[in-house]
Design a protein around this ligand. Structure first.
Ligand code: SF4
Length: 254
């Protein structure tokens, strides 16, 4: 299967099966930034409620920028990683002062915005022909194309991004992909594969140390998506100054 065939098939599938999510009804960069920051740590179903309430309270970057920091942090309760609220607040202040960035470099200059989020806002709000690679998109590309990136057809960056998000969330699942319902099944070399969950840590003495060492070794090779990490082990590494979280990834400290 070629990248072009993958794009055609996923786009056709999305036209029928795409999810109706509230942040897909807007192209407002600020609103999409809020959704992307919330989705980094929280399930879609819960973000729907929280994103809607957030946008009702602070409909624009300017209104969020003018809000007291304490209100912003309080409103973030339950969404995890409170420093994301602080970064979002700072980003809103930068947007209010300097305007909406028009390219990925401009977005990456904002507090708390890394390469993934910058690409996502550019694709979803500004219609740039770029595909942000999150853990779901990465999984599909690796399984179907043995690739790590894909170029969208001209003008289809937004739609192909949303298509891949949905295929990864509902069909090409991490452990047991639903290949029987997948538009890529005809031509996907990974069709029918199953992916075992990481073996549970035993209760034997030293097992946590072992897990920490294993994760740290993975980080020495490359950053690891936080979603793929054991929460407790990742937190221990961060607490010990051995790792830090950047844009949804666990990585060695800079
Ligand atoms: S055929 Fe299966 S493994 Fe391949 S992309 Fe579809 S769901 Fe994923």
């Amino acid at each position: 299967m070629t990248p072009e065939q993958l794009a055609d098939r996923v786009l056709a599938w999305y036209a029928i099966h795409g999810r109706d999510l509230p942040w897909r009804r807007t192209r407002d960069p600020y609103a999409i930034l809020v959704s992307e920051v919330m989705l980094q740590q929280t399930q879609v179903e819960r973000v729907i409620e929280r994103w809607t309430a957030w946008l009702e309270r602070w409909p624009t970057a300017g209104e969020l920028a003018a809000a007291p920091r304490a209100d912003v942090i309080a409103a973030w309760q339950g969404l995890g990683y409170n420093r994301r609220a602080v970064a979002l607040h700072e980003a809103a202040r930068a947007i209010a002062e300097h305007g909406v960035p028009q390219d990925q470099a401009g977005w990456r200059a904002l507090p708390g915005v890394g390469p993934y989020t910058a690409a996502a806002v550019c694709a979803l709000a500004l219609d740039h022909d770029v595909i942000p690679i999150d853990v779901n998109v990465q999984r599909i590309l690796e399984r179907a194309l043995d690739a790590t990136a894909i170029e969208p057809p001209p003008g289809r960056g937004h739609d192909l991004t949303q298509s891949l998000f949905d295929l990864g969330a509902t069909i090409c699942l991490a452990r047991i992909p639903r290949c029987e319902a997948c538009p890529l099944a005809d031509g996907c070399p990974s069709r029918g594969n199953r992916y075992e969950p990481a073996r549970r840590q035993s209760r034997f003495e030293g097992s946590r140390r072992q897990a920490r060492g294993q994760l740290l070794n993975r980080l020495r090779e490359a950053p690891v998506p936080l979603a793929d990490c054991d929460d407790e082990i990742a937190a221990l590494l961060i607490k010990d100054g051995l790792a830090e979280e950047r844009d949804g990834m666990l990585a060695l400290p800079i």
